[in-house]
Design a protein around this ligand. Structure first.
Ligand code: SF4
Length: 273
């Protein structure tokens, strides 16, 4: 008889921290950071996740940064134990599944997330590049929230409009909460923001959109691509996105986004990991 092997995944780290981006900003989360990404955004501050490493690190005491090392790949039960150890009563609002690109681990997540929910009773939040709708469908039943990056070609060097639209549609069809995050730099093309506003409004104008001014990297991956926008640029772009209209099919209904907020990376302001 063949043995049933436990699912495993390549991880970077597990730790407890304050969420610094998007709709959940300021809340305390348990972060599970998965290894590997198939994109190469110019502004990436997680390029250490791009390749597989032999080991990952898991925090022992929530927020103390007293990491212990584990070999990769990590067994599902080991990861679950690490999260349970972090999950002190009343401390965390949710669990963040992040990376890298966590949807590269969709098969593992499909097995892991139901057990994670059962053991922690915490909402599950996925942070993703938003370009893998098929893999998203594998895990949507186990998600409460999705934070989707919309990649602007002028800032990230990536172009994924069709996949982004499909991704948002699948979240809405499954009634899973979703918001969109757009990283903007001094090089952002306004036409791309207009296109993004129409794309989101076409799916659902209630989807919150966050403009996130890029945080300068200490060692830029591509010279000149990561300078933050000026306050005037951001004001102009917020106005543009809030006033862009989308004509909804044959109904002649004009749609505008309900929420376009500007929030920089707050965790970097307090020097948090
Ligand atoms: S999708 Fe995220 S992890 Fe991947 S390259 Fe872009 S910013 Fe980095």
């Amino acid at each position: 008889m063949s043995e049933i092997t436990e699912p495993t995944a390549n991880l970077v780290e597990v730790f407890s921290a304050i969420q610094g981006e998007g709709l959940n900003v300021g809340t305390r989360q348990i972060f599970i950071r998965f290894a590997k990404c198939d994109l190469r955004c110019h502004f990436c501050d997680s390029d250490h996740t791009w390749e597989l490493a032999n080991t990952c690190r898991m925090e022992v005491t929530p927020g103390a940064r007293d990491f212990e090392s584990h070999s990769n790949p990590v067994a599902l039960s080991t990861l679950l134990q690490s999260v349970e150890r972090q999950n002190l009563a009343g401390l965390h609002e949710s669990v963040s599944i992040t990376g890298g690109e966590p949807l590269l681990h969709a098969r593992f997540l499909k097995a892991f997330l139901p057990q994670l929910r059962e053991s922690t009773h915490l909402p599950i939040y996925l942070e993703t590049g938003g370009h893998r709708p098929q893999q998203l469908s594998m895990v949507l039943p186990y998600l409460d929230w999705v934070g989707m990056d919309m990649k602007l070609p002028s800032v990230s060097g990536e172009q994924r409009w069709t996949a982004h639209a499909e991704f948002l549609r699948r979240c809405c069809d499954a009634s899973v909460g979703v918001f969109v995050k757009l990283i903007v730099s001094s090089h952002t093309e306004p036409a791309e923001l207009e296109h993004s506003a129409r794309l989101v409004a076409a799916v659902n104008p209630e989807i919150p959109v966050f403009l996130q001014p890029v945080t300068p990297l200490e060692e830029p991956l591509a010279a000149g691509m990561v300078s933050p926008p000026s306050a005037e640029q951001v004001l102009t772009w917020q106005t543009l996105m809030k006033r862009t209209t989308y004509l909804n099919g044959d109904s002649a209904e004009r749609r505008m986004l309900k929420q376009v907020r500007v929030v920089p990376q707050t965790h970097k302001m307090i020097g948090q990991l």
